[in-house]
Design a protein around this ligand. Structure first.
Ligand code: HEC
Ligand code: HEC
Length: 205
């Protein structure tokens, strides 16, 4: 075998070894996720994660990592919720992941703009923050379109009422999972900014 062939073989073996754990981890039971969603989650979050009412968060398009993390934290009590605690109590971590992958695969939809002036305030806060109060731009973490990352939640298309609720809970520390960053952010928002930015987020696609 030539040196080149040996190297090629070595790389092929390495690639096979590396790809195995990834393949195993990718095996998610979507049928099981669908069974759980159509059994109970749909009542509040909708069959497609579109949510049945503005008080329930939309899950469509949300990163699976974030969904799985939140479910784990509802279960352990790290994120307090009288509603979600019983919903997550019996879920295994494999089911949490499958539920995340299920919802991430659903299409999120944006809301049309209602109040253009309020939108302008929301857009400014989202993209630029407020240099006078030291408020950082939401876009700097959640992305310019609010799409988030596997570590940061997607905000785009969320119900304004839910977004505002969470911002209030981060501020009062009622929501205390990973609160360090969002408490500081929420504590700097005025009521107008909070409302405007939540309305703006709902229009992002
Ligand atoms: C009775 C209504 C209801 C049902 C049923 C329900 N949820 Fe929820 N869910 C909520 C509410 C309300 C919240 C917001 C958390 C809070 O503030 O209490 C929430 C929050 C969540 C979140 C966090 C979303 C975010 O953006 O942070 C996830 C993930 C979630 N639910 C998944 C599920 C799954 C999966 C099921 C089914 C096993 C389910 N929920 C069943 C009402 C419900
Ligand atoms: C320095 C980074 C950072 C900045 C800036 C930031 N966020 Fe966040 N945000 C986070 C992290 C991290 C979380 C996840 C918290 C968790 O996992 O519990 C989060 C969570 C949220 C949530 C909860 C989402 C859900 O589905 O429940 C909302 C709403 C939110 N941020 C809105 C905002 C808004 C509005 C701004 C701008 C005014 C903003 N964030 C600025 C890092 C940031």
């Amino acid at each position: 075998m030539s040196k080149k062939q040996g190297l090629w073989l070595g790389m092929t073996v390495l690639a096979t070894i590396l790809s195995q754990p990834v393949q195993a981890a990718e095996k998610v039971d979507l049928a099981r996720a669908e069974e759980i969603v159509s059994g109970r989650c749909f009542l509040c979050h909708g069959l497609e994660g579109e949510s049945a009412s503005p008080i329930f968060p939309r899950l469509a398009g949300q990163h699976w990592e974030y969904v799985a993390k939140q479910l784990g934290e509802f279960k352990s009590g790290k994120r307090k919720s009288d509603t979600m605690k019983p919903q997550s109590e019996e879920l295994t971590s494999a089911e949490m992941k499958a539920l995340g992958v299920f919802f991430e695969s659903k299409k999120a939809s944006a809301r049309p703009v209602k109040d253009a002036e309020l939108m302008a305030v929301g857009k400014y806060v989202f993209n630029r923050g407020n240099q006078f109060s030291g408020l950082p731009a939401c876009a700097s973490c959640h992305g310019t379109k609010g799409l988030g990352t596997p570590q940061l939640p997607r905000l785009a298309g969320q119900h304004p009422r839910y977004t505002e609720d969470q911002l209030k809970q981060f501020n009062s520390r009622e929501r205390n999972n990973d609160n360090a960053v969002m408490h500081t952010v929420a504590s700097k928002l005025t009521e107008l900014e909070r409302n405007a930015v939540a309305e703006y987020i709902a229009t992002l696609d």
